[in-house]
Design a protein around this ligand. Structure first.
Ligand code: XMP
Length: 505
């Protein structure tokens, strides 16, 4: 399959680059910036994109790529740090800019020598986020666009090497899609990639990878692991065992609902009731990262126990998707939070290997794959639910009593939102650690504050809070405070991501 290789130097938009390329019908994957030459040759990409990154090329540990990549004859596009790295490694000069550029700036083009700026306007706005600048391009590179304080585009048409200081992958750059598409033209792509190719390619590679051996899938009943189950079932039906671990942090009645749904499918499905085991494992722990890690660890221990009972199943499959990996921090990126199925996975486990067939996809792509595989829309369109469940929605230490309170509050909130014709992408309740004074009847109370969170988003990498009708919020608040013992106050979270994340922990 023709592939664009995106080399990661820690830039926060690398996944957007990948997705922009895939949306133009070319398959794209991300690998670490210091990938070996041999591995690049194995992947045999039609083009290479170097991402941005938080470092300066002059920093002590500045990430670099193998310099022989520039001589492969494969077209390359450096973005932001990627452009500066290309400049630095090929004999140009990078210097610290006097003012830096952050946000949308005007870029002015010179088309005469340009491949990248074909068919776009003479002037356009682009998203910049840099301090360093390319002050002298490498030998034989032309400057084809400038911004007020920087060289914006450099090109070496003979060697097919290009650099842009701005971020064409974000929607804040006016002709970003066209610029990436122009680069793909230079790569000579035929643009045949479709999501169904992902499915058939994965089916083949799963079969090749696991051979005739068994695979144990951790099935949570969420979108990702359900789609993963469908994909694995298509690839290696008889070899698959799906294990649903009820850790006790599911929403109200959810464990039973999941069992009911999956018992109907033609799958080897096992439910493990491990509520006490998990609660005990996080007893007294209030740090969110530790909770996540302990829960991730406990999950794998349960899977190991189940595998043993079934005669040692060699492979463990997980529904890890791309944003899980990004948020858990790449080699040069920073960890936002450890998603339980990635960062939380202990290094030592008894499985011979992992199978994560969805790890290159975004949520909306996963949903589309689910539909293609014949899963019912109500399952595929479920809102996401984090692996550690309500344990990261009870702030601080988790107890049975707090969990029960949160389950009731959350059930009321979710039930009331069911009536909306256009629902938020994700909505849930959080039990905070704050107690506040209230009055019930003529009595003073001193009880929990709960927070409600409802967000709209396409990819869960960023979000806006949802504008819920005031009347509905008032009704929900009154229901919660009158029906749930021990809750004195309800607040509505009006933060966006960034700077806040969707979950509170
Ligand atoms: P954040 O809180 O990082 O959440 O903005 C982004 C999306 O990811 C979900 N989430 C998780 N999913 N395991 C998962 O499978 C996790 O540990 C986890 N943490 C957060 C979250 O619900 C939101 O949809």
């Amino acid at each position: 399959m023709e592939t664009i290789l995106v080399l990661d130097f820690g830039g926060q938009y690398k996944e957007l680059i990948c997705r922009a390329v895939r949306n133009l019908n070319v398959y794209a994957i991300i690998e670490s910036g210091n990938i070996s030459l041999g591995r690049v040759k194995e992947i045999n990409p039609v083009g290479i994109i170097l991402t941005g990154g938080p470092q300066s090329v002059y920093s002590e540990n500045a990430p670099k790529c193998d310099e022989r990549l520039f001589d492969l004859g494969v077209p390359m596009l450096g973005i932001c740090y990627g452009m500066q790295l290309m400049t630095h490694m090929l004999g140009g000069e990078v210097s610290s800019g006097e003012v830096g550029e952050y946000g949308q700036v005007n870029v002015t083009c010179d088309f005469s020598e340009s491949d990248l700026l074909n068919n776009i306007k003479l002037e356009f706005v682009a998203l910049m986020s840099h301090r360093d600048v390319v002050s002298v391009p490498p030998p034989n590179f032309q400057v084809t666009a400038k911004s007020p304080n920087a060289i914006a585009v450099i090109e070496n048409k003979n060697r097919k090497l290009y650099g842009v200081q701005f971020h064409p992958e974000t929607r804040h750059t006016k002709f970003g899609k066209e610029i990436i598409s122009n680069f793909l033209d230079v790569c000579g792509v035929v643009r045949k990639y479709r999501l169904k190719d992902y499915v058939s390619e994965k089916v083949e590679s799963i079969r090749k990878h696991v051979g005739v051996k068994g695979v144990l899938l951790g099935l949570s009943g969420g979108v990702d692991s359900s789609v993963c189950a469908a994909l694995l079932s298509k690839a290696i039906h008889g070899q698959l065992t799906c294990v649903f671990v009820d850790h006790g942090f599911m929403r109200k009645d959810e464990g039973d609902e999941i069992e009911k749904i999956f018992s109907k499918f033609d799958l080897n499905f096992i439910r493990v009731n491990a509520q006490e085991r998990f609660l005990k494992a996080i007893e007294g722990v209030s740090d969110p990262e530790r909770k996540r890690k302990i829960i991730g660890n406990e999950f794998v221990r349960v899977f190991e126990d189940e595998s043993k009972k079934l005669g040692n199943i060699p492979y463990l499959a997980q529904g890890t998707i791309y944003p899980d990996i990004v948020e858990s921090g790449g080699e040069f990126g920073s960890t936002i939070k450890s998603h339980h199925n990635v960062g939380g996975l202990p290094e030592k486990h008894n499985f011979d290997g992992l199978v994560e067939p969805l790890s290159g996809l975004f949520k909306d792509e996963v949903r589309k794959v689910g539909i293609k595989l014949g899963l019912p829309p109500n399952l595929v369109n479920r809102q996401p639910f984090p692996g550690p469940g309500l344990a990261i929605r009870v702030m601080g230490e988790v107890t049975h009593d707090k969990l029960e309170k949160l389950k009731q509050v959350d059930a009321i909130f979710r039930h009331e939102l069911e009536s909306l014709s256009k629902k938020p992408s994700q909505y849930f309740a959080v039990l905070t650690q704050t107690l506040s004074v209230g009055v019930k009847g003529d009595e003073r109370t001193y009880d929990y504050v709960v927070a409600l969170r409802a967000v709209s988003t396409d990819d869960f990498m960023t979000c806006e809070y949802s504008d819920l009708p005031n009347k509905l919020l008032r009704k929900i608040s009154s229901k919660i405070t009158s029906e749930v013992q021990g809750v004195s106050r309800v607040v509505y979270d009006i933060s966006s991501k960034p700077p806040s994340t969707i979950e509170w922990e």
